[in-house]
Ligand binder design. Structure first.
Ligand code: FAD
Length: 311
């Protein structure tokens, strides 16, 4: 679909997501309509078999409990407890899986101190089970707080990673500022609507900046997660890593979202790369689903077609 048509559709889907009637309907019927293609279910018990199967097929996993923008401190502590239980379950089941979470899910909208306290509890649990955690990146207004909390966790626990979005002009300087500390960074294009004053409005610039950021990170010490379904970018990174003599495992990995671009991900595993599937679960899957539909309006057709599929 052309970029000209794509942006209004994307905006319309994200606007529809704010409509309470759409939200109620999709939340009630969404699992039936096809949300399961993108979401592992609603509980840890639903998530574990999906992760086990992904490991069996050669994928590492990043587990995410869906949800964001919590404004109640007790709820934010509840989410933190769930992440600690999840990390325990991953260790008990000896799964090749870490966790990634949003700071607004553990209290950033209430205050940075609460978010740091809760994120520290999750990172401490990850450290005791020899695991790692990654802070997802949200809207641009959260970046400074997120990077500050990443630095604090990394200093204290040494098992944290963060994310930079190539649609933002500022990401290159954020990356350069982190490079001396050999960061663990995931590069993504960016999933939120940001104004042209902050983000490249044209896809080709977002894509070029993606490659620039990824190559910059790969040229320095640290660990880089190349999180994209863009086959052209994946090829360019494979070529770059080979030209730099980087081993296929150890310095970087590819990441994709559960249910998206599976042939691309499988091909990478077959070629010997580490590929991590980001597998979300949880009752609050609505905004996540809407972002996946907005990224590729063709998914709306897939989603609606399921309403009429025989079962
Ligand atoms: C592991 C992972 C973690 C992420 N974490 C964050 C984060 O912390 N913060 C953040 O802002 N964003 C995050 N994202 C989302 C990201 O920013 C993009 O919105 C998303 O990945 C789509 O961009 P793309 O790189 O796949 O490229 P695009 O140019 O959007 O897509 C390239 C191709 O991939 C396929 N594709 C892309 N999306 C879909 C889809 N939904 N359904 C079907 N096919 C699709 C299509 O074939 C498309 O042509 C994450 C993405 C991944 C893979």
């Amino acid at each position: 679909m052309s970029e000209l048509l794509d942006r209004p559709l994307r905006t319309a889907i994200l606007a529809a997501a704010d409509n309470p009637i759409v939200r109620r309907g999709v939340t009630r019927y969404g699992m039936r309509l096809g949300a399961r293609r993108f979401v592992a279910g609603e509980s840890i018990a639903d998530f574990l078999p999906v992760a086990r199967e992904a490991n069996r097929r050669g994928f590492s996993v990043a587990a995410t409990l869906l949800g964001e923008s919590i404004r109640d401190a007790a709820q934010a502590r509840g989410v933190t407890d769930e992440y600690c239980r999840l990390l325990e379950a991953l260790a008990q089941e000896e799964l090749d899986a870490n966790v990634a979470f949003k700071l607004t899910h553990v209290g950033l909208d209430i205050g940075p101190d609460l978010a740091l306290e809760n994120a520290s509890r999750i990172a401490a649990q990850a450290q005791t089970t020899n695991n790692t955690v990654r802070l997802d990146m949200e809207q641009s207004s959260y970046i400074d707080a997120t990077l500050r909390i990443y630095r604090a966790l990394q200093e204290r626990y040494g098992c944290a990673g963060f994310v930079l979005q190539s649609y933002l002009y500022r990401s290159e300087s954020d990356l350069r500022a982190m490079l001396p500390s050999a960061p663990n960074v995931r590069i993504v294009k960016g999933a939120y609507l940001e104004p042209a004053s902050l983000a490249f409005p044209h896809k080709r610039d977002v894509d070029e900046n993606y490659v620039k950021l990824a190559e910059l990170a790969l040229s320095h010490e640290g660990y880089t997660a190349i999180a994209t379904h863009d086959a052209a970018i994946v090829s360019r990174i494979e070529e770059f890593a080979a030209a730099c003599g980087l081993p296929k495992r150890g310095r970087f990995e590819f990441q994709t979202l559960y249910g998206i671009a599976e042939p691309l991900a499988r091909g990478l595993v077959e070629r010997g790369y580490r590929v991590r599937l980001s597998v979300p679960y949880g009752a609050f899957w609505f905004p996540y689903l809407m972002r996946r539909l907005a990224e590729r309006p063709a998914n709306v057709g897939f989603f609606l077609k399921n309403a009429f599929a025989p079962r």
